[in-house]
Design a protein around this ligand. Structure first.
Ligand code: FES
Length: 124
């Protein structure tokens, strides 16, 4: 099952209104994540709002049957985007979605917001 990175493209960090930026911070981060994920087996999609607006920028990392995560408080930077992609690649390689802390890219440390256990299998 593919690991998906879902990027909120409508996130606006504090000060965005006064920044004069033409697009939300989330859209800028999404573009960087898409670029960083090129050539990998990861899938990237954009959504409007993950309901974590107070701690933008937000992303989710998910795969069917695995632990799923939301991460937030990202600045718009190539380092953040690369860290998200590198961590998602480790999630993809993990059977359960759990990634040993010692292997985490520095850029994702302190950015985890929630963890969701995989849903139980439906009864056949
Ligand atoms: S706008 Fe990004 S979480 Fe709400």
């Amino acid at each position: 099952m593919a690991t998906w990175i879902t990027v909120c493209e409508t996130c606006k960090r504090e000060g965005w209104d006064e920044s004069g930026a033409e697009r939300p911070d989330g859209a800028a981060l999404a573009e960087m994540v898409e670029r960083a994920a090129e050539g990998t087996a990861l899938r990237v999609r954009r959504v409007a709002c993950l309901m974590g607006c107070d701690h933008s920028c937000n992303v989710a990392v998910q795969a069917s049957g695995k632990l799923n995560y939301t991460l937030g408080r990202f600045e718009v930077s190539e380092e953040a985007a690369q860290g998200i992609v590198d961590w998602a690649a480790l999630h993809s390689a993990s059977e359960t979605g759990q990634v040993p802390y010692r292997t985490w890219p520095v850029a994702v440390k302190g950015h985890f917001v929630t963890r969701h256990p995989p849903l139980p299998e439906d009864d056949a």
